[in-house]
Design a binder for this molecule. Structure first.
Ligand SMILES: [Zn+2]
Length: 290
């Protein structure tokens, strides 16, 4: 494969990368904290199921295996929960995420996106020759867009969790047919931990990059005269779209902005801009958020 000549990274490029990485770690931590708080609460709720309620739910029949076939494609959890035994449904009711969780996750994702958006505006300011300019996103259509993205993601996170939870509960029933609530609580706690660890890097990356991409689009839309070129990084790519852009190397910035990453699931790619630089005395006139 012919790769474009690697452009030598400038001190600025490396500083920007470090800043994005620091932001990403902070976002990862915030998301992981939010999720583990929610899940601790679910474990407490399982433990708090009374003996009377539990015993009433214990049904003599051995649980059957879940039929996921056509449901799996749509990832709808209610039909899956229908198939659980009484005990399984009881545990799912205690441990599922609800609209309150969804709202808290949305809030956290929006906070993270706003952070990443403002950080990216400041990075772009540095790249046009105005380091130290502060960005603020307080209103306007982009805040609405970031909120809509966060709402959609929160719905999807809750939905996927509730679906996976039903599958996990069914599996515990298979493994330990006589499992009591402590067994469920114990096994689900370790499942949560593992799942969280797996999910948080992807969620954090997607959250940050969608916001950064929007920040780049806004920055150059409002600072139009500064558009130069851009290339996609990192240079390692697996999906055909990213490989294609990496191969093209420097493209006109408008082309880059019209083709915003992420391009696929777990896409780490972002456009690295090479804008027009402005004279220092013009820096106060930069658009730095609305
Ligand atoms: Zn990619």
């Amino acid at each position: 494969m012919v790769m474009p000549k690697r452009r030598r990274k400038t001190a600025q490029d490396r500083a920007d990368e470090r800043r994005r990485m620091r932001d990403l770690k902070r976002i990862e931590r915030a998301i992981a904290d939010r999720l583990s708080l929610a899940l601790k609460d679910k474990i407490r709720r399982i433990e708090a199921i009374s003996d009377a309620t539990w015993n009433a739910a214990v049904d003599g029949e051995p649980p059957e295996e879940l039929k996921e076939t056509d449901i799996a494609e749509r990832r709808e959890w209610p039909p899956l929960v229908e198939q659980l035994s009484n005990v399984g449904r009881l545990v799912h009711l205690a441990a599922r995420m609800d609209p309150i969780d969804e709202e808290q996750i949305r809030t956290e994702l929006l906070r993270a996106r706003r952070d990443a958006y403002e950080s990216e505006l400041e990075i772009q300011a540095g790249r046009v020759g105005c380091p130290g300019q502060r960005a603020r996103l307080t209103s306007g259509p982009s805040l609405t867009t970031l909120n809509d993205m966060s709402q959609r993601d929160a719905v999807s996170i809750v939905n996927t969790y509730n679906y996976d939870l039903a599958v996990r509960i069914a599996a515990i029933q298979q493994e330990v047919p006589t499992a009591n609530r402590h067994v469920y609580a114990y096994r689900l706690r370790s499942w949560f931990g593992e799942r969280n660890k797996q999910k948080k890097p992807a969620i954090a990356m997607y959250t940050a990059n969608t916001a950064r991409t929007l920040a780049q689009q806004d920055f150059y839309q409002f600072n139009r005269a500064l558009m130069g070129t851009a290339h996609l990084e990192p240079l390692d790519a697996v999906c055909p779209v990213c490989i294609g852009w990496v191969k093209r190397g420097e493209v006109p910035m408008q082309v880059a902005l019209n083709n915003a990453s992420p391009f696929h699931n777990l896409c780490p790619h972002l456009w690295v801009t090479n804008p027009v630089r402005v004279p220092k005395d013009q820096c106060p006139n930069l658009w730095m958020g609305g």
